[in-house]
Design a protein. Structure first.
Length: 292
């Protein structure tokens, strides 16, 4: 069993980005600029946005954070998005999810100019991705594609099972791995809460991508000997031995499943850090469109 070290790969990718930024700034261009809008005081969202801002500092990006109150109206939030759409000093921005229940998240996504949509959630960008055109690929699936590529994990002809069909992880992941591309050409089964016989389907998988949001859901009897496992899940479970009283675990019962696999991502330290690096890479792509 080998650990797919997302944290280490994220550091490598960020070092590569930093070199590009340094070169561009030395040529007289301004630094790349990523902005984030956060609504309300969801603690997890604050942590995720905090990681993104810190990563910006590491690679030499400028970052801006727009903190909006939790009772902001749909109109006011869209006005904020529209102001960022026309700000030439910004290369891309994200609206951190989840949004409060009174906000129509799709309406907000649709108001983002696809050219600034470095999260890759706008239908225009998702459509381009499905067609294999140049675009911003949603950060988590993009990070997983980079992980598979850099660890030279063969996907062509492999049976991949994706568990979870969200618009931001499972669905784009299944499309990307089905495509006729360097990382791709897999036979992909996209599963969800209505899937029958999930255990039987998982047992045949060469590669499992778990994006469910249920702690330790995938257990050892569901996994084939030698399978590759990418665990996207981030779940908080009680742990009285920790000062905080909790710890983070994935969707896969890592302790028992790991030894049966050929490669596996840990949680934390797997997919999460790659999501951040992928977001920076999308922002860099937008920046280069302006300066190259
Ligand atoms: P969603 O809640 O949007 O989607 C969860 C998916 O899991 C749904 O498609 C749901 O099916 C499916 N599901 C739920 N229960 C079962 C079950 N018993 N059997 C099979 N499928 C099931 O989640 P996200 O995709 O946004 O996130 C998934 C996990 O990944 C979360 O833990 C999240 O925190 C984490 N995450 C991590 C990121 C990272 O950077 N590491 C980034 C984004 C998310 P149905 O559609 O039928 O309801």
């Amino acid at each position: 069993m080998k650990i797919l070290d997302g944290k280490a790969l994220s550091i490598t990718l960020q070092e590569e980005i930093k070199i590009q930024v340094t070169k561009s700034v030395a040529q007289g261009h301004r630094a790349p600029h990523l902005a984030a809008i956060i609504v309300g005081d969801n603690p997890a969202s604050r942590v995720y946005v905090g990681h993104k801002i810190k990563a910006c500092e590491r690679v030499g990006f400028k970052s801006s954070l727009f903190q909006e109150p939790k009772d902001i109206t749909q109109e006011a939030l869209i006005a904020r998005v529209e102001a960022l759409n026309v700000d030439p000093s910004i290369d891309g921005f994200i609206v951190q999810l989840p949004l409060p229940n009174h906000i129509d998240a799709l309406g907000v996504t649709l108001s983002i100019d696809p050219d600034n949509d470095v999260d890759g959630f706008h239908p225009m960008n998702l459509g381009k991705m499905a067609l294999g055109l140049e675009t911003y690929i949603p950060a988590t699936p993009y990070g997983i594609m980079l992980l598979l590529e850099r660890y030279a994990i063969e996907t062509s002809g492999k049976d991949v099972v994706v568990v979870g069909r969200s618009n931001i992880v499972g669905t784009p992941m299944s499309i990307l791995l089905s495509r006729n591309a360097k990382v791709g050409n897999a036979t992909v089964t996209l599963t969800h809460s209505r899937t029958k016989n999930l255990s039987e389907i998982l047992k045949k998988a060469d590669i499992i991508i778990a994006a469910i949001g249920r702690a330790n859901f995938i257990t050892t009897e569901m996994v084939k000997e030698g399978a590759v496992i990418i665990d996207v899940g981030i779940n908080s479970v009680e742990d009285p031995t920790r000062k905080s009283g909790y710890r983070l675990v994935g969707d896969v019962d890592f302790e028992n499943v790991a030894e049966k696999t050929s490669f596996i991502t840990p949680v934390p330290g797997g997919v999460g850090p790659l999501t951040v690096a992928a977001l920076l890479m999308n922002t860099m792509k937008s920046y280069y469109k302006k300066f190259n």
